[in-house]
Design a protein around this ligand. Structure first.
Ligand code: ATP
Ligand code: MG
Length: 437
């Protein structure tokens, strides 16, 4: 992409709308713009990040055996009347009436829809277990939308739903998601801790929130030092259910809870192994038994011809929240530092002097070769001062910067800068290309 032909509306100054650094940087780098309270447009640069995050989530869901589908954003109220949640949900639900006076709503989550869809789609124990997921916009009329996309009203969520014949099988499904989530966040360069979460009225131990440590997080987290970054064991592979179950059993021995579930007496036993921090909830996995299958009449035929009500669980990831959360965890005073896996472009090209024909010619050549090889590259070909280009590149946080100036051109080298470490190297053209291709 050529910056001269792109839309990346940078802001020079901090915005008074943003209280935390990730929101500030998303506005300043032109990733998002607010169109109404808690509702954001994803500008071109932001959309590239959102898509990359979504794609990692998708690949890890697929790897775990979950099946992708797409459910509508607008749902009929009648489904929620069946489950009994229509009145219970409260003012976070955006209620809509259509021209025929039918009650509709913008889905805050999709348990009712998926349960209704599975009636008639799965009929026998042979159709189980199954986990389905979708990555779709949700709306919750949050009382206090804040921190930009981290607590929006409209937000993108991956929500998965598991269906199993019995509780033991539901535990496998749950454990697979636990492992899938660790893999997902690790691929984004994040360390998210699975903390014990409120299991709701059915009780039990199958509810975890995944918390990313960050100073601006909304939750207080208390955890065993075993959960610190760096000390994490390899996650098992999905072909071996026993290994998955053993892994989760092993990990869940180590204390981790947010303030809501924190047990000070239990935590005190850890002595100086107890760590505390602030964190952001980026995912939640949850087993809820037959709450929806029972109330909505989802049944399958069991192996002996008996009627079985499937066990269910749901599994959310805050896809749009992650864009902010990653920045919260990875930035410096000059701007964003994208982990390679989610960067909007892998590399940026800058010419120090836009008026130097030889520099521009070399930049064009590098841009063409990298683009042709399928590398995501952003070429700042604007007629701007070098200083402004450097500041913009640092702000938008691409992992690599290729810097081309008259001196280097004379010597036959270009400079490669690593955004995260600030390290710079002078490389001959072919060596530079070989780094990316
Ligand atoms: P929170 O406690 O932060 O409100 P929640 O418990 O309501 O979250 P879930 O219903 O479990 O969240 O939703 C799954 C995931 O969706 C959350 O882990 C979070 O990452 C994301 N999420 C929830 N609400 C929002 C929101 N208002 N804006 C952006 N992402 C959200
Ligand atoms: Mg909420």
């Amino acid at each position: 992409m050529r910056l001269s032909k792109y839309v990346m509306p940078l802001l020079r100054e901090d915005s008074s709308d943003a209280q935390i650094v990730s929101h500030q940087l998303m506005l300043r780098s032109g990733m998002v713009r607010q169109t109404a309270a808690g509702i954001y447009a994803w500008m071109p640069l932001g959309l590239r990040v959102l898509d990359k995050i979504g794609q990692i989530v998708r690949e890890e869901q697929d790897r775990a055996g979950a099946i992708e589908m797409l459910m509508p954003t607008i749902q009929p109220a009648d489904l929620w009347r069946e489950s009994g949640r229509y009145d219970a949900y409260g003012p976070e639900m955006l209620r809509i009436r259509d021209r025929h006076d039918r009650d509709m709503l913008f889905g805050p989550t999709a348990e009712e829809v998926i349960t209704s869809l599975m009636r008639g789609s799965i009929n026998s124990y042979r159709d189980l277990p199954r986990t389905l997921y979708n990555i779709q916009w949700k709306f919750r009329d949050e009382i206090r939308p804040r921190f930009g996309v981290m607590r929006g009203r409209e937000f993108l969520m991956k929500d998965a739903y598991s269906f199993d014949l019995d509780i033991e099988s539901a535990r496998h499904s749950y454990n697979r998601m636990y492992v899938a989530y660790l893999r997902t966040f690790a691929r984004m360069g994040l360390h998210a801790i699975p903390t014990k979460a409120d299991p709701g009225p059915i009780g039990g131990d199958m509810s975890h929130e995944f918390i990313l440590l960050a100073n601006n997080g909304e939750s207080d987290v208390f955890f065993h030092e075993e959960w610190e970054a760096g000390a994490q064991p390899q996650v098992p592979d999905f072909s071996d259910n026993d290994a998955i179950d053993a892994f989760v059993a092993d990990r869940t021995q180590f204390y981790a809870a947010t303030d809501e579930m924190h047990d000070p007496a239990m935590a005190a036993e850890l002595g100086d192994k107890l760590k505390t921090a602030r964190g952001i909830e980026v995912g939640h996995i949850f087993y809820f038994g037959t709450k929806y299958s029972e109330s909505m009449g989802l049944k399958v035929q069991g192996p002996d011809g008996e009627v079985v009500t499937p066990q269910m669980g749901s599994y959310g990831v805050g896809v749009s929240r992650l864009a902010g959360a990653i920045i919260e965890a990875s930035h410096d005073e000059n701007g964003i530092i994208w982990p390679e896996a989610v960067a909007p472009f892998r590399v940026g090209i800058i010419t120090i002097r836009a008026s130097d024909a030889a520099s521009c010619e070399l930049a064009e050549q590098i841009y063409a070769r990298l683009s042709d090889a399928g590398v995501d590259v952003l070429y700042d070909d604007r007629d701007e001062r070098g200083g402004a280009k450097f500041a913009a590149m640092d702000l938008i946080g691409l992992p690599w910067q290729i810097i081309i100036g008259p001196k280097g051109v004379e010597r036959g080298t270009v400079e490669l800068k690593n955004r995260a470490t600030g390290e710079r190297e002078d490389l001959p053209l072919e060596e530079l290309i070989a780094r990316f291709v």
